[in-house]
Ligand binder design. Structure first.
Ligand code: AHG
Ligand code: MN
Ligand code: MN
Length: 347
């Protein structure tokens, strides 16, 4: 008996392409634009999936380039490969006037005739968790899409890139895991699509995703405990203390690939934390192309995202590479964290 995805979902097969066409009325802008934007991401994701499945065998995708990006992090060959792949794919569909990427110090602004007529800005982390690739752990791609605020027909401006997360029109991620999935929102809920590599198609497998309102898993790199603030330590003590009614102590889970950790949190409930600390005063994760898109997805699924005080998406960026503390997950858990952080701070 076959239990493949395709056979299993024979009754209701919806591809990503069909889904977007069917739901394009929900997208408040011109017909076809969402479809073209997502089709460039989809194409690059398929190529990534194919390359990643043989990354351990192909010399030129593994290892370091010997250069650092603007964040001072070692760039992997895979980071640069994926960066170029997504830029090329986005450029080819003529909807985008500018791209900001973790791997590019400066924003890329398309100045040709087609580029200046593009209405969208894309901010992207082409490979999240690239330090995990050598140990065969899931990595991902995360992206945020905005409407430009400058007039169509001119070159994109700095302000187009520095919009708060609340202005996102689309956000999503691709997780290259035991199966490859593309999860996205255009502001009308969250839908997940699983890739069938045999036929090269993403099928709707997780319609209308909802994060459980409460959970019992916490996800943090607790090795940095010594550098955490006292209020955060108080919250971690709470996570580990015993109380049957609230299912404590919580289970600890930390992959070290933000997309994978948040993906699990979205499906199962829980809280993901990447705090600021004495060695990383602004946290580690980047607001514009890591936290904001994940926050939009989690909030669209009924969860919450915070920098400890306010919704991540209310922050007004001043630099596309700026970092922030990031807490996201089940609504009740994020609210409890905010309560303990607030209580300790105001004590
Ligand atoms: P990237 O690979 O895009 O630079 O992101 C790395 C991030 C994120 O994926 C992960 O959650 C986090 O770094 C892990 O950091 P720690 O090793 O400090 O826990
Ligand atoms: Mn990342
Ligand atoms: Mn990255």
């Amino acid at each position: 008996m076959s239990i493949g995805l395709t056979e299993n979902s024979m009754n209701e097969l919806t591809t990503l392409g069909e889904f977007v066409v069917k739901n394009q009325a929900d997208f408040p802008y011109a017909k076809g634009e969402l479809s073209r934007l997502l089709s460039s991401i989809r194409l690059a994701a398929k190529i990534m999936n194919s390359q990643l499945s043989k990354a351990g065998l192909v010399e030129n995708l593994m290892g370091e380039v010997g250069e650092k990006n603007i964040q001072g992090e070692e760039q992997k060959k895979l980071d640069l490969y994926a960066n170029q792949l997504f830029i090329n794919a986005l450029k080819a569909r003529n909807e985008v006037c500018g791209i900001g990427s973790e791997e590019e110090d400066k924003t890329i602004i398309f100045e040709n005739e087609v580029g200046v007529n593009g209405k969208y800005i894309v901010l992207i982390d082409p490979v999240d968790g690239s330090s995990n690739i050598e140990v065969n752990v899931s990595v991902g791609t995360v992206f945020a899409i905005y409407r430009r605020t400058s007039p169509v027909g001119t070159t994109a401006t700095k302000e187009d890139f520095l919009q708060p997360g609340s202005e996102q029109v689309v956000a999503g991620y691709v997780i290259y895991g035991s199966s490859t999935m593309l999860v996205f929102t255009s502001g009308n809920g969250v839908n997940g699509f699983t890739y069938d590599p045999a036929i090269g198609v993403f099928f709707l497998s997780h319609p209308n995703m909802k994060i459980p309102e409460d959970g019992s898993t916490y996800s943090i790199n607790e090795g940095n405990h010594a550098y955490f603030s006292e209020p955060l330590k108080a919250y971690l003590d709470y996570c580990k203390s015993v109380d049957k009614a609230t299912k404590r102590p919580y289970t600890g889970r930390y992959i070290g690939s933000m997309i994978s950790d948040v993906h699990r949190t979205l499906l199962k409930g829980g809280i993901y934390l990447y705090p600021n600390s004495s060695i990383a005063p602004n946290g580690k994760l980047r607001l514009c192309y890591e936290c904001n898109p994940m926050a939009f997805l989690v909030e669209q699924a009924g969860g919450k995202s915070s920098d400890g005080q306010q919704s991540i998406m209310d922050l007004k960026p001043t630099d596309i590479h700026q970092r922030t503390a990031f807490y996201t997950g089940s609504k009740k858990m994020v609210e409890k964290l905010e309560e303990i952080l607030g209580r300790a701070t105001n004590a």
